[in-house]
Design a protein. Structure first.
Length: 210
């Protein structure tokens, strides 16, 4: 399987609480719900494509519970909405040490040797294993070289607080741009493939190269 991370972030890198004011108030976050007002037909089509093409989903516990509450089978149009249909019908894997009886089927809880679980999923499965959100899990997956593709949707807004995709101090990554597009409301959809560590040098040297 190809493990593809899909993230919605602000220009200042915040990914917390995009769905609504009360979605995630951890750490005193007060500016939730920044994504909805900026969605447009192109970004909705893109989300339908990402989720519709997923063979399975991988979550951290927090994001899994948020998705279960908003996209679960109790949703009125769960069979008609492409995102809801994919989330409700395709296999879901959640990394957790405390979740024992998930009510959102079909779900498999991964615990213990997570590295072995992820490797087995990638080696034995087929198609795209999509990771929506799940900040702590994504950072771990990146640090352990499990990520094949990072899809970022950057929203034209600066919220000034909240958890950011990349920490102030952490690993460094070189990214190969695969595709980039902009929607009518200014959302920038960027698809990257991790390509090892960056190269470091003096900027003036690069400018003088021919």
């Amino acid at each position: 399987m190809e493990l593809k991370v899909t993230m919605n972030v602000t220009v200042d890198g915040v990914m917390q609480g995009l769905g609504g004011p009360d979605e995630d108030r951890r750490g005193g976050f007060e500016r939730g719900g920044w994504a909805g007002p900026l969605l447009d037909p192109e970004s909705r089509d893109y989300l339908n494509e990402v989720y519709g093409n997923a063979a399975a989903f991988l979550f951290g516990k927090w994001t899994y519970e948020v998705f279960a509450g908003s996209w679960g089978s109790g949703m009125a149009d769960a069979t008609e909405d492409p995102v809801a249909a994919a989330l409700n019908n395709r296999p879901k894997y959640v990394v957790s040490t405390t979740l024992s009886q998930p009510a959102w089927e079909p779900t498999t809880v991964l615990t213990g040797d997570i590295e072995s679980h992820i490797r087995k999923l990638k080696e034995e499965g087929e198609g795209d294993l999509v990771v929506p959100g799940s900040l702590s899990l994504v950072r771990w997956l990146l640090a352990n070289d499990f990520v094949d593709q990072i899809d970022l949707t950057v929203y034209p807004v600066v919220v000034g607080q909240g958890n950011r995709l990349f920490p102030e101090s952490g690993p460094d990554y070189k990214l190969e741009l695969l595709e980039s597009s902009t929607t009518s409301r200014g959302l920038v959809i960027q698809k990257y493939r991790p390509a090892g560590r960056p190269e470091y040098g003096v900027a003036a040297e690069s400018w003088t190269e021919t």
